[in-house]
Design a protein around this ligand. Structure first.
Ligand code: SAM
Length: 228
């Protein structure tokens, strides 16, 4: 998968995407990240990407011309048409099923806002608008990294153990079961005996029960399907 990112802060991405599993996936050719500086599509000496809002009010608005020129130019860089995703609090909430949908695509273009957000006319380029939660960040960069990480780990060849992503929280609408590793007893708290039994059928049954009970206790909304 190729992931293009359009931002005024390319430096957010370079250190983060080069490490751990995402770094390895790039080295193996499973993922390609191309980070673009929006200011490269400005034409004035100050490389201006924002302007005052029509109608007044606080803050600045991201200008439509550099955004449109950048998006058109970036789309044309590769024959694969990207899914163009704007990060914004007005978007649909980002959930695991969306990460699964995105993981099947060949190419994404993530557009990061700053200031008060985008000139409304820029949204004509958006195939989707995604919000990572009901709070306001300073910019779309952290949101883009969230979308990249949640999506990329579902692509074959990115996680070391392919099964891991299938058994995690949200993959089947439930929270994950509890995990334990050595020691088997820690300050009087023992690992549940079933996990030491070697009986994998019973272990699977126990884990499913634990997942259901934990989801009912901590996230009953998931059981009602409200999160899908
Ligand atoms: N004025 C906007 C509003 O009230 O909806 C908030 C703008 S925010 C300060 C600047 C940029 O951060 C947005 O354009 C968007 O790209 C990004 N951003 C902020 N919160 C976000 C969220 N919850 N999800 C995705 N992107 C977000």
């Amino acid at each position: 998968m190729r992931i293009d990112v359009l931002t005024i802060f390319p430096e957010f991405f370079e250190p983060t995407l080069g490490i751990s599993l995402l770094g390895k996936a790039q080295n193996n050719g499973v993922l390609e990240f191309v980070i673009h500086d929006l200011r490269d599509w400005t034409s004035d000496p100050h490389r201006t990407v924002d302007d005052e809002p029509y109608g007044g009010g606080p803050g600045m608005v991201m200008k439509v011309e550099p955004l449109s020129e950048a998006i058109e130019a970036i789309i044309a860089l590769d024959p694969r048409k990207p899914e163009v995703i704007f990060l914004a609090p007005i978007g649909i909430p980002f959930k695991q099923p969306i990460a699964h949908e995105l993981a099947h695509l060949d190419r994404l273009l993530l557009v990061c806002g700053r200031y008060e957000g985008f000139d409304e006319r820029a949204f004509t380029y958006a195939d989707r608008i995604i919000s990572i939660g009901d709070y306001v960040l300073n910019g779309g960069e952290v949101a883009a990294l969230v979308v990249i990480e949640a999506t990329a780990r579902l692509i074959e060849g990115v996680l070391g153990h392919g099964q891991s992503a299938l058994e995690e929280s949200f993959s089947d609408g439930l929270l994950e079961y509890p995990h334990y590793t050595r020691p088997s007893s820690f300050r009087g708290e023992d690992v549940p005996g079933i996990l030491l039994s070697g009986n994998h059928k019973e272990i699977d049954r126990w884990r499913l029960e634990q997942s259901r009970a934990r989801t009912a206790r901590l996230r009953p909304d998931l059981l009602k399907g409200e999160n899908r």
